[in-house]
Design a protein around this ligand. Structure first.
Ligand SMILES: [Fe+2]
Length: 237
């Protein structure tokens, strides 16, 4: 934790984007730990889950400093950048084993990719999925609670984005053509959730109801209907 704090303190904390990213990292760490506890992991693995959450966006700080943007398509892939920063500057300072170091590095690298790569070990996949769930839950939390993070426009959902959503598939950023598509991409994060506990958090905090208040145009109705059914099915299994 001190190593993370020390690294982050080198950035301009008065910058709103840095501040948001810092708070997001702490919340994702706490959420990752919470889900790991619910899965009854042992203390060592719970501590590792916390570090995965804490470091997952470590590349975003440099991305913001350099480009003042979080757009991976037009700037740099923050997962790839974070992976490098973690291995070159931070991993050695943490009191972790080589196996744990490699797990955190893989989590950083793949947390923002469209799908979980099959080449990872089952253990790495578990920590990656934990972090991806926590990250997406917190992104939805931010969209609900922080003003100005959702933009509305008059466009319709594009066909490719709609097709992915109907298939219950996460949506590739490259398909996004408008603010409406961006909002649908955010809603489709729910299709990437893996753990029953994550669906429970979404439901208990009424994230969908709160999001629907913000996305109240008729064009969004069908997507909320699909999501409500999807969540109902998944929190049971
Ligand atoms: Fe990220």
């Amino acid at each position: 934790m001190e190593i993370f704090e020390k690294y982050v303190s080198k950035f301009d904390m008065t910058d709103e984007m840095i501040q948001l990213k810092y708070k997001h990292s702490l919340r994702v760490a706490t959420l990752t730990k919470l889900i790991a506890q619910k899965l009854k992991m042992d203390d060592k693995n719970i501590a590792l889950a916390y570090l995965c959450g804490l470091y997952h966006d470590i590349g975003s700080f440099m991305q913001i400093k350099k480009y003042h943007s979080l757009d991976d398509v037009t700037t740099v892939d923050h997962g790839d950048l974070g992976h490098k920063i973690f291995l070159n500057q931070l991993a050695l300072k943490e009191d972790i084993s080589p196996r744990e170091e490699s797990t955190i590095a893989k989590v950083i690298m793949y947390h923002n990719k469209l799908k979980v790569p099959s080449k990872l070990t089952d253990n790495q996949k578990e920590f990656l999925c934990l972090t991806r769930d926590a990250d997406k839950i917190d992104i939805l939390f931010q969209k609900v609670t922080i003003k100005g993070l959702i933009t509305l426009d008059n466009t319709d959902v594009s066909k490719e984005v709609n097709d992915q959503f109907i298939k219950h598939e996460p949506i590739d950023y490259k398909l996004v053509k408008s603010e409406t598509d961006k909002n649908i991409l955010m809603l489709a994060y729910i299709f990437d959730l893996k753990y029953k506990e994550s669906f429970k958090i979404i439901k208990d905090n009424k994230f969908l109801e709160k999001l629907q208040k913000k996305l109240s145009a008729k064009k969004y109705e069908v997507y909320f209907k699909i999501l409500n059914e999807y969540i109902k099915e998944n929190e049971k299994c």
